[in-house]
Write a protein that binds this ligand. Structure first.
Ligand code: NDP
Length: 295
């Protein structure tokens, strides 16, 4: 008999999660503040609970996907009795610290807790390559791995620390927004000579594929960060520092904010002044670590 599951929160993501459980044949109960968002799921065989208390009582496993942890805690605060002995799998996005506090909150109430981070958009839910990270007690993950695989083939357990899935999530997102910001800055510079994004596209594409991706995905780069070995015969700190200075200076001349480059330029300059001019650019990371991870 397949595990029964209750899905709390039927926003864009919650609807996709409940749909995937139904597709896998799991008896699925749904609850949402605005109940009409469950209409389509009910048509596919979901049971609509009239209250959150009824929803959590209906299944052994409760999957939550709401806007924030604050919303979740507000909704669940009156339900200690109903939640005791249940498995709570929280796929809401928040901070790692919030996820750790929520494990403690759950443990105090006799709730088995897993925290997850969805690295996919709703149409990808259920696909073999949909990546979802989980953290929490291994026994809880093992007991429900098959159920969770309905949501994504790439179901990945990261260990007992419930803060780690969101750490991975935020680290990946930080890379994304950094890339976006640099891309917008590049186009702002180009626009001063009326170069359009479309005109620049072939060069941006080539640069991303043949320089940025190989550099950032080189296992040697990871090793340099992990082991602090920053020797190079390719491109040293002194040369990179001059490159950064040119971008900062010309951005200012063009009236474009060099803001995001200012801290990394300052670190590169300091590294050169401290005698690391011959080292690889990866040494910048040593300075970030020296400041407790803060640039
Ligand atoms: P939506 O805005 O579509 O849905 C938000 C959900 O939270 C709805 O069910 C909403 O209920 C509920 N909610 C908000 N405030 C309250 C409240 N005060 N009381 C009761 N219910 C409330 O968001 P998504 O479904 O897109 O996202 C949900 C979570 O999933 C977020 O943490 C998001 O970061 C994460 N996520 C989303 C992804 C995506 O691509 N969409 C990708 C990866 C993660 P109601 O319908 O009544 O408003």
């Amino acid at each position: 008999k397949l595990t029964s599951v209750s899905v709390i929160g039927l926003g864009n993501m919650g609807v996709a999660l409940a749909g995937a459980f139904l597709k896998g044949g799991h008896p699925t109960t749904v609850w949402n503040r605005s109940s009409e968002k469950g209409d389509e799921l009910v048509g596919k065989g979901a049971y609509r609970a009239q209250s959150l208390a009824e929803a959590v009582s209906a299944s052994d496993v409760v999957v939550v996907c709401l806007t924030t942890y604050e919303v979740m805690h507000e909704l669940f605060a009156p339900l200690n009795a109903e939640m005791k002995g249940k498995v709570l799998i929280n796929l809401t996005t928040g901070t790692p610290e919030r996820a750790r506090q929520t494990l403690q909150w759950a443990t105090e109430r006799g709730i088995d807790y897993l925290d997850g981070a969805i690295m996919a958009i709703p149409p990808m839910i259920g696909a073999p390559d949909a990546l979802i990270f989980y953290g929490g007690p291994k026994s809880v993950f093992d007991a429900h791995e098959q159920l969770l695989k309905q949501l994504g083939g790439n179901t990945t357990y990261l260990g007992p620390d419930t803060g780690v899935p969101l750490l991975y999530d935020l680290a990946l997102l930080s890379m994304l927004y950094g890339a976006w910001y640099s891309y917008f800055h590049a186009h702002a510079m180009l626009s001063t000579a009326n170069v359009t994004a479309a005109e620049f596209l072939p060069y941006a594409s080539n640069w991303i594929q043949h320089l940025i991706v190989p550099l950032l995905t080189d296992p040697e780069t990871a090793r340099a960060l992990d082991e602090g070995n920053h020797a190079t015969e390719v491109s040293n700190m002194a040369v990179n520092r001059l490159g950064l200075e040119n971008i900062v200076q010309s951005s200012e001349e063009m009236g474009i904010s060099p803001d995001w480059l200012v801290p990394i330029h300052a670190i590169a300059k300091q590294m050169v002044e401290e005698g690391y001019g011959a080292d690889a650019f990866t040494r910048v990371f040593e300075e970030m670590k020296r400041n407790g991870g803060h640039p």
